[in-house]
Ligand binder design. Structure first.
Ligand code: 5GP
Ligand code: MN
Length: 342
């Protein structure tokens, strides 16, 4: 780890050594890394004898529901009372895979109110100062890869078991798009070590990537055929999906996961955007190649952020206005898009 000093781990070790109950919170709309990192850490701490629950603000995709874990996941939106009780009864709160309180959605205020020790383990740039201990390492592919090294630094490696290793592998697998981006020597070293715990990587690949409903595949086909607009002059592409279209294809959480990546497979496209009409806002996702800063684009225009090549945000304009706004922004970025080296 580059930025995190050794002292922080002895302090965190002392806190966890004296703790009984632990809450782990991933970001809103949790993805494979958020759930994988949370469950991998949670299972390891549970194996050490701590009482752990993951509290997610909202539900997570079906393709992440195959984990066998001793750590329960409480969905705040479904059971507010149980989530609140466990959180405020906990001795420690660990936030994983997000860099600002607001990324926890309706749990953000409760994170603020939690008065005992708070720890952040994350790999996004620009971490906010909302926890007592912040382990923020942006060179990591995923929070799951980082969690594995944090477990090592804490001297807890002996508590990793198959279930924890499965969860951590899943986090790395999903955040790297099946080892296609953001990988490093440490990523593959971590994966090689996780294989020591008897995980079935074929089974996990299949559960994560080959587990879609027919509706989801048809929605994807529809989006690529009918909804994708390519702007070769800006090396960009956009897909926009309305609420009505999602309903037509019996949308379930997670169904649009990965759609934003597809336009980047087009020769010479370096920037891709996906806009999805939600109840009260429009959800935005951005992906880029090379040095085009998707996170800067998102923070400047769509109240969001994320990584250089993968960012998200939102728009309070109407769906049509949002798309128009995006289209109008492209000429402003023409120079930067043209210069992007891939
Ligand atoms: P996605 O497009 O998958 O929702 O998000 C891509 C990346 O950007 C993820 O790493 C996610 O954590 C981050 N991200 C998504 N939405 C937001 C947002 O509203 N604010 C910030 N700061 N990051 C976001
Ligand atoms: Mn992540």
């Amino acid at each position: 780890m580059k930025n995190t000093g050794k002292e922080i781990f002895s302090a965190i070790g002392e806190v966890l050594g004296n703790a009984g109950k632990v809450s782990i919170i991933p970001h809103e709309n949790p993805d494979g890394d958020a759930i994988g990192a949370a469950l991998g850490l949670g299972q390891t701490l549970a194996n050490k004898g701590l009482e752990v629950k993951v509290i997610s603000v909202n539900d997570y995709p079906d393709f992440l529901k195959w984990f066998s874990s001793d750590v329960p996941i409480t969905i705040y939106e479904k059971d507010k009372k149980a989530a609140k009780e466990w959180l405020f009864d906990s001795d420690v709160l660990i936030c994983v895979d997000f860099n600002e309180e607001k990324r926890a959605g309706h749990l953000a205020k409760m994170i603020g109110r939690f008065s005992k020790t708070k720890i952040l383990i994350d790999h996004h740039p620009y971490p906010g100062d909302f926890c007592h201990y912040t382990v923020s390492e942006t060179q990591y592919s995923s929070s799951a890869e980082l969690v594995y090294d944090v477990i090592g630094q804490l001297g807890y490696t002996e508590y990793i078991n198959t279930q924890a290793a499965e969860a951590l592998f899943t986090g790395i697998l999903t955040d790297t798009g099946g080892f296609s981006h953001n990988t490093s020597q440490n990523t593959f070293k971590t994966v090689a070590e996780l294989l020591n715990y008897g995980i079935d990587t074929d089974k996990i690949q299949s559960a994560v990537f080959h587990n879609f409903s027919a509706d989801r595949m048809q929605l994807m086909g529809y989006c690529l055929y009918e909804k994708m607009k390519v702007f070769p002059e800006y090396r960009a592409a956009v897909i926009c999906i309305t609420k009505e279209e999602l309903e037509r294809f019996n949308f379930k959480p997670g169904d649009t996961e990965g759609f934003v990546n597809y336009p980047l497979s087009i020769n010479d496209i370096v920037f891709s955007a996906l806009f999805i009409e939600k109840e009260n806002y429009v959800k935005a996702s951005f992906r880029s190649k090379g040095n085009f800063p998707a996170n800067k684009f998102s923070s400047e225009h769509f109240n969001g952020g994320g990584h250089l090549n993968a960012a998200g945000g939102e728009s309070m304009l109407t769906f049509e206005e949002t798309i128009e706004r995006f289209t109008q922004l492209l000429p402003e970025y023409k120079h930067l898009l043209e210069e992007t080296v891939i």
